[in-house]
Write a protein that binds this ligand. Structure first.
Ligand SMILES: NC(=O)c1ccc[n+]([C@@H]2O[C@H](COP(=O)([O-])OP(=O)(O)OC[C@H]3O[C@@H](n4cnc5c(N)ncnc54)[C@H](OP(=O)(O)O)[C@@H]3O)[C@@H](O)[C@H]2O)c1
Length: 267
């Protein structure tokens, strides 16, 4: 079996070495090949499985530009894109690593959403295991709503956390602390919370003034944001979600919940 990986970006730079390390034959197809590299069409012609690792918005056009033949499998890695973006009449599958890849990380231990028919699903599941990944078999076809919710969850869990840290960084600066120390000091807190959540669950892990019912501390947080000229919308929204977790953990009485909710809702 030969794989063609069309588009050598961040995802492909993790996928290609992983496939090769697992003993798979791989050719890479580039838009502008140089020095013995293959073009997209040349690579696709040689392969049984053709991976379209191009930007999401380019999947349909790239698929339509390739010379498909019967028996090939067309794959993409976009959790946001339906299989219908791949050319009709082809065997089609989705293989979405649930990890932010920036060209410097491997795939071992990463969960991967797999969307495939009954013929190709088992083969992709076996490939994921050979790559040291954790296969997550998705329903196929996924409804548009399920796909959007699945992708939104993945985005919230990755880039959403980055947005929260950006907010924390702004508050760190407002406290007069050295900006270059913000991430080194704050990300261990994030890691610690995540490690605890994996063992105790989200409600079991939640900590801080809201989980403790410390309304006075929360009030001072809100005042600090106002004094720094920062919007409190994110702190309020996340505070309400923390309150729900603390309630689920049975940590707060009715009076504490009422006081905290009033503070978080007030404008
Ligand atoms: N990076 C991640 O964290 C991650 C995680 C999970 C899934 N994915 C999915 O993996 C796919 C690739 O994402 P990526 O992050 O690797 O993207 P990327 O780093 O932007 O790389 C995409 C590659 O596609 C080619 N390309 C760029 N513009 C093109 C165009 N207009 N037409 C055709 N080819 C073009 C280029 O390769 P050549 O120069 O070789 O032609 C480029 O390096 C996407 O579907 C994405 O949703 C990414």
């Amino acid at each position: 079996m030969i794989h063609a990986v069309v588009g050598y970006g961040r995802l492909a730079q993790a996928l290609v070495p992983a496939l090769r390390a697992a003993g798979q034959q791989v050719v890479v197809g580039r838009r502008w090949p140089v020095d013995g590299e293959l073009g997209q069409v040349q690579a696709a012609r040689r392969a049984d499985w053709v991976w379209l690792t191009v930007p999401d918005d380019q999947i349909a056009a790239t698929a339509a530009s390739l010379p498909w033949r019967p028996g090939q499998l067309a794959l993409h890695c976009s959790g946001a894109t339906p299989l219908s973006a791949l050319s009709p009449g082809l065997a089609r599958a989705g293989f979405h690593p649930l990890k932010l890849l920036a060209g410097d990380a491997g795939l071992a231990g990463v969960h991967v959403g797999i969307e495939a028919d009954a013929v190709h699903g088992p083969a992709l599941e076996a490939l994921a295991q050979a790559l040291g990944m954790v296969p997550l078999m998705l329903s196929s076809p996924m409804t548009a709503q399920a796909r959007a919710a699945y992708h939104a969850a993945a985005n919230l869990a990755a880039s959403g956390v980055l947005a929260v840290l950006a907010e924390a960084q702004s508050l760190w600066r407002a406290a007069g602390l050295a900006p270059e120390q913000a991430l080194p000091a704050l990300t261990p807190l994030t890691r610690g919370a995540l490690d605890t959540a994996l063992t105790r669950g989200l409600a079991g892990a939640v900590s801080g003034p809201i989980a403790r019912g410390d309304a006075g501390v929360l009030a001072r947080h809100l005042e600090a944001l106002a004094a720094a000229g920062l919007e409190a919308d994110l702190l309020r929204a996340l505070g309400l979600r923390q309150l729900a977790l603390a309630e689920a953990a049975g940590r707060l009485d009715v009076a504490q919940v009422t006081a905290l909710r009033a503070l978080l809702a007030a404008r």
